[in-house]
Design a protein around this ligand. Structure first.
Ligand code: ADP
Ligand code: MG
Length: 618
């Protein structure tokens, strides 16, 4: 059974498979190796990838992008609140879970971030199936190293909804390290610098004899190309407002058009030193015409750019290394094409050449594809792949809240996973306490208020005793995908309780996942049917035009009576008019119309030399 590797990116996704000793990045049905992570809802169907991207600036309300910024977060998360201000589509609050609201088939519909991600995953699955010529269900999905427990679990749920069996989730930079490390034999430390659309990850990996030993990881789940686009957008909004004495930011459509253009000029500034922006009738009929220099762009983003280096330094120090200990700096992610970023990195690594021999957009999927082959137990894989041994680390410390809101860390950031550890210190805090509630957090700060609450659960039936006499063992277990389970036991009564943290705090239940899966299946069928109907309509229209052209064919000139010509043209016009007003015609109706036209033409063409044979070819 083949297994695929999927890089489910904020901006772009990519799928890879290992076959016949080689890793293939699979082209989608548009012939492209990257699929934009976008879903557009229309009156008739759903469009995913390139087709959805082309309408981003016009149909921005029903085109969902950057869903990865929302997945696994709560509605009140400041990051979500911040994003809502710039996203073109509507995000609503459903029991503190952010849902996207769109108009689909003329009805208002809400989707969870998991369901939207599942649509993208499903299309990648389809891409892989078309390439392999057989069903594919096993997959590895990559996630930013800095994704927390909730974000990882939500991503795994998205995989389930898409009908994938997620063998494992691995960190994106670790996957890129596999892509680069699989070919090198000598022992080395490599630093992966992955700056994409929405997230930034730095990971240091020691590679020796196919053992990929992650030494440290750092990053920011909210730093990437979108932020650079936003800085540019804000700059032009200010410029436009000042010049026209207005406030264009109230117009979401104008904003959306501007943002799309800003991304384009940002990319231009990676190759040229200046770029022109020219948008006709942006707001209230006023045009935006401007030129921006690369240095200005760099100035607008200088704090963000510098921040990436700060994170690199911190990660090096976490790994107990210095810049000189790194033999290779690997660039991953579209935003690493920005010259200033490369310049800052080179400076920090004292002129070291930055590695980008594997396309920066594809390295993550490439590595995931290699590991997928190993995990699927593919017997034909090369020995190099068979021997891969991955030792990843925990991206954030996890622990529990004790008195005075103190963070008690049980598993420390950058410890190897999978791992299990138990804290035996928790005890009752008041006399005759019969219930104990444990609050589980992740983060590095001493006070839990500054960390992220993952969930809570309680133990009951504690024998009433003076405080501190009843003790608990609190066990933290992280699996290979970085997912956390915490269990607590009252050591004297034996009472036990456990939570898979990810099932808490607004996560989807198994039932909800099943429902979404059914819905996804229904959508897929509907889309297929729509496509089939569309095809039938196109076939009919093509046929009508082919008939019309045949009537005018020089070979038949003067051989067909004027009345016959009129009869055929009238029928053709009738069918074309019918097709024009039909929004979504049924397949058999289209076929029926085609047969009607054919029946009308057959006796007429039969009288022409070669007419019957000609009709057959249409
Ligand atoms: P993700 O992994 O988050 O999906 P990608 O690695 O695909 O992201 O990178 C997408 C980001 O890279 C986008 O913000 C895009 O604008 C940016 N990007 C792509 N090409 C360039 C370029 N030539 N110059 C600057 N930024 C670029
Ligand atoms: Mg990426």
């Amino acid at each position: 059974m083949p297994a695929i590797g999927i890089d489910l990116g904020t901006s772009n996704s990519c799928v890879a498979v290992y076959r016949n000793g080689q890793t293939h990045i699979i082209q989608n049905d548009q012939g492209s190796r990257l699929t934009p992570s976008l879903v557009q809802f229309t009156e008739h169907d759903r469009l995913i990838g390139d087709a959805a991207k082309s309408s981003l600036s016009s149909d921005f309300e029903d085109t969902i992008y950057q869903i990865k910024r929302l997945i696994g977060r709560t509605y009140d998360d400041p990051v979500v609140q911040d994003d809502i201000k710039t996203l073109g589509y509507k995000v609503i609050n459903d029991k503190n879970k952010p849902l996207v609201r769109v108009s689909y088939k003329k009805k208002v519909k809400s989707f969870t971030p998991e369901a939207i991600s599942a649509m993208i995953l499903e299309s990648l699955k389809q891409t892989a199936e078309d390439f392999m010529g057989k069903p594919v269900t096993d997959a590895i999905i990559t996630v930013p190293a800095h994704f927390n427990d909730a974000q990882r679990s939500a991503t795994r749920d998205a995989g389930k909804i898409a009908g994938l069996n997620v063998l494992r989730m691995i960190n994106e930079p670790t996957a890129a390290a596999i892509a680069y490390g699989i070919e090198t034999k000598e022992k080395q430390n490599i630093l992966i610098f992955d700056l994409g659309g929405g997230t930034f990850d730095v990971t240091i990996v020691n590679i020796e004899d196919n053992i990929f030993d992650v030494k440290a990881t750092g990053g920011d789940t909210h730093l990437g190309g979108n932020d650079f686009d936003n800085r540019l957008t804000d700059y032009f909004i200010k410029e436009f407002n000042k010049a026209n004495k207005c406030d264009m930011s109230e117009d979401k459509h104008a904003l959306s058009r501007l943002r799309v253009q800003c991304e384009i000029i940002k990319k231009q500034l990676s190759s040229g030193t200046s770029a022109k922006l020219n948008i006709d009738g942006l707001y209230k009929g006023k045009d935006l015409k401007s030129t921006i220099m690369r240095v200005k762009f760099e100035e607008l983003n200088s704090d963000l750019f510098k921040n990436t280096i700060k994170i690199v330094k911190k990660t090096l120090s976490d790994a107990g290394m210095k810049a000189k200990n790194i033999s290779k700096v690997v660039l991953v992610g579209g935003s690493t094409r920005i010259p200033k970023i490369q310049q800052l990195l080179k400076k920090h690594f004292e002129g070291k050449i930055l590695s980008k021999t594997i396309n920066v957009d594809e390295a993550v999927a490439y590595g995931a594809g290699v590991l997928a082959a190993k995990l699927s137990g593919d017997t034909e894989i090369m020995s190099d792949v068979k021997e891969i041994d991955l030792r990843d680390v925990l991206p954030l410390s996890v622990g529990w809240r004790s008195r005075g809101d103190r963070m008690n860390i049980v598993l420390r950031k950058n410890t190897k996973i999978p791992i299990t550890d138990t804290d035996l210190t928790p005890a009752t805090t008041v006399d005759n306490q019969t219930k104990a509630t444990f609050y589980i957090y992740e983060g590095e700060r001493a006070c839990v208020k500054h960390n992220h609450l993952l969930g809570s659960f309680s133990l009951h039936n504690i024998p009433p005793k003076p405080k501190n006499q009843e003790k608990f063992s609190l066990c933290f277990a992280i699996d290979e995908s970085g997912i956390l389970t915490v269990s607590a036991r009252n050591t004297s009564s034996g009472e036990e309780n456990q939570i898979v943290i990810s099932n808490n705090r607004g996560r989807l239940s198994a039932k909800e996942i099943d429902q979404m899966r059914e819905e996804a299946e229904k959508f897929r069928k509907e889309d297929e049917e729509f496509k089939a109907r569309n095809k039938a309509r196109n076939i009919l229209e093509d046929y009508v035009y082919a008939i019309k052209h045949s009537v005018d064919n020089p070979d038949f000139q003067g051989k067909m009576s004027e009345q016959h010509k009129i009869n055929i043209f009238e029928k053709c016009t009738e069918i074309l008019n019918w097709a024009k007003i039909q929004e979504d015609p049924e397949i058999d109706e289209c076929e029926k119309k085609k047969i009607e036209l054919k029946n009308l033409c057959r006796p007429i063409f039969a009288k022409l030399p070669g007419g019957e044979a000609h009709l057959q070819t249409l």
